[in-house]
Write a protein that binds this ligand. Structure first.
Ligand code: ADP
Ligand code: MG
Length: 360
């Protein structure tokens, strides 16, 4: 039974195995709110597409249940779930016009011709292709074809739209543009979206929340800024954004912070997202852009000195690399101005705040 307290979409202890040996999705528990844009982000093979296929109804869970508006989807065929879908390879019918492609899901639902026409017009306007109804997919660019696929997924006004790497086949510039276009479209029509990608930027740009997948499990689920600034696991810190990863041992715990010692003996005060114990092995995570260089670093709780090994020019910033804490490639991201008076071989003072690093 559905009740007003049910989440819009719910995965309850969902597992999936394609054979008798490997669970590719492991006890997935997940709630999605009505109107939310949720992204499943993770490396290839982590179970994202499998999760989406179970949601669409093309795969059945091995165990557990998926509920849409409180109703179990177990055994419900794809066309009865009211779910729109967009995939990487557009999957438009090449012999049909754009208009006919959009009419297809409406005809399948037995909609009257006049209403079909109105819906198709609205959907094409939504993706800014109002004058393209009579073209064939072959006469459109990749980006336009993907917008048609998007319009086709939205034309029957589904409550839920699933997208699996829909921008994967587009070049970078078009992808950046389409990310914002899909985000704005979502803001306008507030349909619930479950979006799959392995591209962290895409996930950060578009999502209300990101579920980071690894080996069939959600590692962390949170809004983009939370995922980036407060990764809870070593995997999340490494997978999203750039990260300095240094092996460490906990010396002492004080509240949600802990004192760590690194392989070269350096002491570091860091936040710990989970309960810590003296003697425990952890990895220290520090983002390159959180490291301060020069006089400002003197007063920081974590303040050190080392010799510059390499300076790399990257156009919009400069990367300074030095040895520290048992690694020889601690990376620091600086503006040109900050890096201007640095040379390879210089001894520099650098550091960061305890709240800008984590013991994971
Ligand atoms: P992702 O979308 O994150 O790349 P998938 O869900 O496609 O991951 O795949 C997860 C795992 O399940 C992979 O190891 C993949 O080889 C396996 N897998 C996916 N689809 C099938 C299938 N139809 N039959 C057997 N194994 C599959
Ligand atoms: Mg996939």
């Amino acid at each position: 039974m559905s009740s007003q307290f049910d989440p819009f979409l719910q995965f309850v202890d969902v597992q999936k195995a394609y054979d008798s040996t490997t669970m590719v999705v492991k006890s997935l528990n997940l709630n999605v709110a009505n109107g939310e844009f949720l992204t499943l982000l993770g490396p290839s093979g982590s179970g994202k597409t499998t999760t989406l296929m179970m949601l669409a109804g093309f795969e059945e869970p091995t165990s557990g249940e998926i509920r849409l508006q409180g109703r179990s989807m177990n055994g419900i065929p794809p066309h009865k779930r009211g779910v729109g879908m967009v995939f990487q390879n557009y999957s438009l019918f090449p012999h049909m016009t754009v208009g006919e492609n959009l009419a297809f899901p409406l005809q399948a639902r037995g909609m009257r011709k006049a209403e079909q026409t109105t819906r198709i017009r609205t959907a094409l306007d939504m993706v800014k292709l109002g004058s393209f109804a009579d073209r064939r997919p072959g006469q459109l660019s990749g980006g336009q074809q993907q917008r048609v696929a998007l319009a086709r997924a939205l034309v029957f006004e589904p409550e839920l739209v699933l997208m699996d790497e829909p921008l994967g086949a587009l070049d970078k510039q078009l992808r950046d543009h389409m990310q914002l276009e899909i985000k704005h479209l979502h803001e306008r029509i507030k349909v619930t979206v479950v979006y799959v990608t392995h591209d962290q930027t895409e996930a950060l740009v578009m999502s209300d929340r990101i579920a980071v997948f690894n080996e069939g499990r959600i590692q962390q689920i949170a809004p983009p800024a939370e995922i980036y600034q407060n990764p809870e696991t070593d995997f999340v810190a490494q997978f999203i954004g750039e990260n300095n990863r240094i092996e460490a041992t906990i010396k002492q715990v004080s509240g949600n912070q802990c004192h760590l010692v690194l392989k070269d003996g350096a002491a570091v005060l860091a936040n710990s997202p989970r309960k810590a114990e003296a003697g425990e092995a952890r990895v220290l995570s520090v983002r390159p852009e959180m490291i301060v260089v020069g006089a400002d670093a003197h007063d920081l709780a974590n303040s050190y000195e080392s010799k510059v090994r390499e300076i790399v020019y990257l156009g919009d910033h400069v990367r300074v690399i030095l040895g520290f804490g048992g690694i020889d490639d601690l990376s620091i991201k600086l503006t040109h101005r900050r890096a201007a008076n640095l040379s390879v071989g210089d001894r520099v003072r650098f550091g960061w705040k305890p709240e800008d690093c984590r013991a994971l």
